[in-house]
Design a protein around this ligand. Structure first.
Ligand SMILES: Cc1ncc(COP(=O)(O)OP(=O)(O)O)c(N)n1
Ligand SMILES: Cc1nc(C(=O)O)sc1CCOP(=O)(O)O
Ligand SMILES: [Mg+2]
Length: 207
């Protein structure tokens, strides 16, 4: 399966009271990967929400990715996204199997991406590219790094951090396959607007 398109990421605060309706609205517009990102330690709620997302994703034939938590991903038989301090990639690949989607945060460092590729990552993520409401302190990344990554790597490239419909086109022009978005998608005023934005992000990625 080719990993290219919108990568929607949930935010528990932003989506409070409208979690499933906004996620379904995004899926309606087309989502290649959906990441469940919840930084709390409420294990019961996390399991419940992740299961609900897996059911939704099954209906829309979208791949679910769990942020940070390989054990939860294994329990639900879905993918995982690992940052640099979220645990090693190779044992996670062994845990989840060959088919699982495993993503790796590489910030603005090509060497991290090359290492992740060697250890079996399915995609590499660079960021942040713009000011981010969700993670304002994340290190920044340039379009030039994307050019280098595109010429050296044979994996799908994901961009993250402050991406909106107004600033995403240059990322695509510099070789990005996956646009990972929280606020620029789920910060919308209505479910109809979430669906419209999802469709528009996918249009940007059509070659
Ligand atoms: C697609 C994608 N890219 C990067 C990240 C950030 O991961 P990480 O550095 O582990 O930070 P947290 O998201 O865990 O705060 C991501 N989640 N998804
Ligand atoms: C979770 C995350 N990681 C980042 C990184 O650069 O690694 S930026 C980010 C937040 C993405 O949310 P928004 O689309 O609202 O900026
Ligand atoms: Mg993490």
């Amino acid at each position: 399966m080719k990993l290219r398109g919108l990568y929607a990421i949930t935010d528990s605060q932003l989506l409070a009271g409208k979690f499933l309706s906004y996620v379904e609205a995004a899926l309606e517009g087309g989502v290649t990967l959906l990441q469940y990102r919840d930084k709390s330690s409420d294990e019961a709620r996390r399991l419940r929400e992740a299961e609900a997302l897996r059911n939704l994703c099954d209906r829309y034939k979208t791949q679910l990715i769990i942020n940070d938590d390989a054990e939860l991903a294994a329990r639900l038989n879905v993918g995982v996204h690992l940052g640099q301090t979220d645990g090693p990639l190779s044992p996670t690949r062994a845990l989840l199997g060959r088919q699982a989607i495993i993503g790796s945060t590489c910030h603005a460092q090509l060497e991290l991406a090359e290492q992740a590729a060697k250890e079996g990552a399915s995609y590499v993520a660079f960021g942040r590219f713009f000011n981010s409401n969700t993670k304002p302190g994340a290190p920044t990344c340039s379009l030039e790094l994307l050019d280098q990554a595109r010429s050296k790597l044979h994996l799908p490239i994901c961009a993250i951090g402050g991406i909106t419909l107004d600033n995403a086109a240059p990322l695509v022009a510099h070789g990005v396959d996956l646009l990972a978005v929280v606020h620029g998608l789920f910060g919308a005023e209505s479910t109809a607007e979430v669906t419209r934005r999802a469709r528009a992000f996918n249009e940007l990625l059509k070659i």
